[in-house]
Design a binder for this molecule. Structure first.
Ligand code: SAM
Length: 251
């Protein structure tokens, strides 16, 4: 039997360059403010899908102690630990750390990578199990009204640094009966140090959500929704809001 590489394993090599312009510092400022606004005073955070650790390290710089769980071994390998931040390989559908935290975070659409109801129910349950009573589960998702209003399109992104030149083509395929878009990435990379050209193809299936659907998942796992707003701006979600941030409180 051939084992297919996990989503993000090959992509991880190019991840930080591809998202070089993403303003992680501003995002962490927003998350810190949101946690404070919702009354979180403790500093212990669990991060689901911690990727290369950018949010985690910045949150550690603000005095939080962050434990990251990340499925892709290659992403974990790219993630430098720092004082206040560590991460380990694991699946957020099944992780069991045997301790609780003040908040569980899952940032940059990690929840949208859980496309089946079974996996979503498992992730919400794992979040609840790792929270103190009254603790918060904070995450952002693709929002169904915006996905249908805006319709995903083919996009091309070109980036370069001292070592690499890359071109990424993102080709979406919509599965409306499953609330799912498969984003098929093709990456062409040129390694300037040795002149080598590499190409890879990786498919990222993404689920999008309505608020009633998320409320059902939340209630089933013992949560109550306390906030749903546009990620970063705090505006009310609508057809122009691709990324919505949810905050759930463990009852
Ligand atoms: C778009 S990246 C976001 C990474 C990081 N949170 C950031 O903001 O840069 C999505 C990450 O979620 C991870 N992921 C998806 N499903 C997961 C699962 N079931 N368990 C653990 N990690 C998962 C992927 O491997 C990937 O690193």
């Amino acid at each position: 039997m051939t084992t297919l590489p996990a989503v993000f394993d090959a992509y991880s090599r190019y991840y930080d360059l591809l998202y070089r312009d993403k303003d992680y510092a501003a995002e962490v400022g927003y998350i810190d403010e949101l946690l404070i606004r919702q009354g979180v005073t403790g500093r212990e955070l669990l991060e689901f899908g911690s990727g290369t650790g950018k949010h985690g390290r910045l949150l550690a710089g603000r005095g939080y102690r962050v434990t990251g769980i990340e499925r892709s071994a290659e992403m974990v390998a790219q993630a430098a630990t720092a004082e206040g931040f560590n991460c380990r390989q694991g699946d957020i559908c099944s992780v069991q750390l045997g301790r609780t935290f003040d908040a569980v975070l899952s940032l940059f659409h990690v929840i949208s990578y859980q496309i089946s109801n079974v996996d979503l129910q498992a992730v919400f349950s794992r979040a609840a199990e790792h929270l103190k009573p009254g603790g918060l589960f904070l995450f952002d998702i693709w929002y169904t009204p915006a996905v249908y209003a805006q319709k995903p399109e083919v996009r091309i992104k070109r980036l370069a640094d001292g070592e690499l030149e890359i071109t990424r083509i993102a080709e979406p395929v919509s599965y409306p009966n499953e609330n799912r878009i498969d984003v098929n990435y093709t990456i062409h990379a040129h390694d300037k140090s040795n002149g080598a050209f590499t190409s890879l193809i990786e498919s990222h299936p993404m689920r999008h959500f309505s608020l009633p659907e998320l409320d059902l998942l939340a209630t089933g796992a013992g949560f109550q929704r306390v906030c749903a707003e546009e990620f970063l701006t705090g505006s009310e979600p609508g057809e122009d809001t691709w990324g919505v941030c949810l905050v759930l409180r463990r009852r």
